[in-house]
Design a protein around this ligand. Structure first.
Ligand SMILES: C[S@@+](CC[C@H](N)C(=O)[O-])C[C@H]1O[C@@H](n2cnc3c(N)ncnc32)[C@H](O)[C@@H]1O
Length: 236
């Protein structure tokens, strides 16, 4: 399984926490989660959302999956035995559990805004695999279970100074190949003039119509929407 985050794993917690408040994200999720307990984090990364969710409610029973072994390693250190972690793609999801709520906070997929349109940005590049990933989540949710996909501020250019004097530059461009749109995200880390690390990520962009019909095909209907924050879907 390819680890798309390997080169930036060392800097991950520092730069993402400059861009967003993970406690606030977890608090927002906990409001939607309500009394539900069995949660699946799709693309758990280093476990920042889960760390705060467990602070808010230690009785959550959380499973996390991710394709990046380097980020999972940090999640293991942060969360210890409190969470079940699997190095698994959501398009191959196969754990012997049913969940009340599954969510992706900038994980396998996220929502991004481009000009006037909201698009799904997916780390999974093949449409067939994206469809399969929604089906896999549906299969692991209880009837009436909830899928939450958050919106992300990742699709933008940025220049941020980290606490240790390292400067993080981020670039975001769009590429059109055979009528398919992709977001190309460049991550660069500098100490003075020296380039310490560099990673390019490619995400497939799907129109509202395309991702909605894929979700419907997998048995989801649209639930609560908080513009700019998240969309939720109910498993029928
Ligand atoms: C931007 S990071 C977000 C991590 C974490 N959710 C957070 O909020 O900090 C995207 C994560 O999704 C993971 N990911 C990408 N494709 C995936 C897939 N097919 N299945 C599960 N996780 C995936 C990446 O490895 C990475 O950890």
């Amino acid at each position: 399984m390819s680890d798309q985050y390997e080169k930036l794993a060392h800097f991950y917690d520092d730069f993402v926490q400059k861009n967003r408040n993970y406690y606030e994200i977890a608090r927002g999720f906990s409001e939607i989660i309500g009394d539900n307990k069995n949660l699946l984090d799709i693309g758990i990364g280093t476990g920042l959302v889960v760390e705060h969710l467990l602070e808010i409610n230690p009785s959550y029973n959380i499973t996390g999956i991710d394709t990046s072994e380097s980020l999972l390693e940090q999640a293991r250190k942060k969360l210890g035995q409190k969470v079940d972690l699997y190095c698994q793609s959501v398009s191959e999801l196969d754990v012997d559990k049913k969940f009340d709520v599954a969510y992706s906070r900038g994980g396998a997929w996220t929502f991004v805004n481009d000009e006037s349109e909201t698009m799904l940005a997916s780390h999974i590049l093949s449409s067939a695999e994206i469809k399969k990933s929604f089906q896999c989540v549906a299969n692991h949710l209880k009837k009436g279970g909830l899928l939450i996909i958050s919106s992300s501020n990742a699709y933008s250019n940025k220049l941020v100074e980290l606490d240790n004097g390292i400067v993080h530059k981020k670039t975001a461009t769009t590429e059109l190949v055979d009528d398919e749109r992709y977001a190309i995200l460049g991550y660069f880390f500098y100490k003075g003039e020296e380039l310490l690390a560099e990673q390019t990520l490619k995400l497939k962009l799907l129109s509202h119509q395309t991702y909605t019909s894929m979700l419907e095909e997998a048995g989801f209907v649209e639930g609560a929407i908080e513009p700019g924050k998240y969309c939720s879907y109910l498993k029928t």
